[in-house]
Design a protein around this ligand. Sequence first.
Ligand code: NDP
Length: 330
Amino acid sequence: MAERFKAILISRDEAKKQSVDVVEMSPDELMDGDVDVRVEATTVNYKDGLAITGKSPVVRRWPMIPGVDLAGTVERSDNSLWKPGDKVILNGWGVGETHYGAYAGLARLKSEWLVPRPERFSARDAMIIGTAGYTAMLSVLALEKAGLSPKQGPVVVTGASGGVGSFAIALLAKRGWEVLAVTGRTAEADYLKGLGAAEIVDRAELSEPGNPLAKERWIAAVDAVGSHTLANVLAATRYNGVVTSCGLAQGMDLPTSVAPFILRGVTLVGIDSVMASTERRVEAWQRLAEDLDQQVLESIASDIGFDDLIPTAQAIVEGRIRGRAVATIG
Ligand code: NDP
């Protein structure tokens, strides 16, 4: 009898009303791809929350199996890049948006989307990190490539207790940066200091409309929040500082002026994890393997089961998840 596995399926009816169900599927129902990967762990990113709640148009093909991140083992490969037994990671590439994603026992993918899982990480470790940790690493690498170093001054991290924020704090602190952590959850101060934050900043200080230039406070920033927060981060960035932008937890708008750029030489660097080249992904995952202590991974992680993926997706868009929720499967 053909194998059956559990999957989460997002569907739309004729009135474009979205529903989300746990279903059973067989391998022949999967989309095209030259590699089959047995999914061993996955996670819930903010984007998965948006897809499952339908709050933003993440899904662009129906029905869709959501889940933008997975770690697993290759079961079948029609490409010489991979062979059965290889341990792999998948982040992004439109998986969970236009191609069936991670919330299933089996994923059929394109071989060029996969990266090897660094040996020191289990499938669970890799999914504690997931797109959030890998994006935090891309942000740190961007600051380094721009020539910044901890001796030039402090770095600010927004959305601090979320996935990207938690990893950005840990990765920057590990390399010697003085990290200011911006959070709406000041009760999480001990958690953020445990990750390496030197100071906690209440997000209310940065979330309202502000002046185009403000007192200079930091030389670098990792922003996962966008909107007024990013505008205020830019306004308080020191001369020749660098700000990376990856997220929109407050909003997609950027109500600022050119003042920080033309009067203080500030650089704004965009970070995209979804279509980043394999070379950049491999570099980021190698640095994650070098820089992340196991104890940091454990303090960021909360373990959930497959059946918790849907409620956790709802919780993340309501800002109720600290760090990273990881589900091991099978
Ligand atoms: P999380 O939900 O885990 O973290 C987001 C954090 O932002 C929250 O924990 C909260 O931190 C803060 N936040 C939430 N709502 C608001 C608000 N209204 N105003 C100010 N701060 C707010 O999400 P992730 O870390 O997974 O992702 C963060 C952002 O980055 C998302 O927008 C996501 O879509 C984006 N992203 C982009 C990627 C890319 O490739 N460009 C890749 C990965 C993520 P606190 O409670 O501490 O204030």
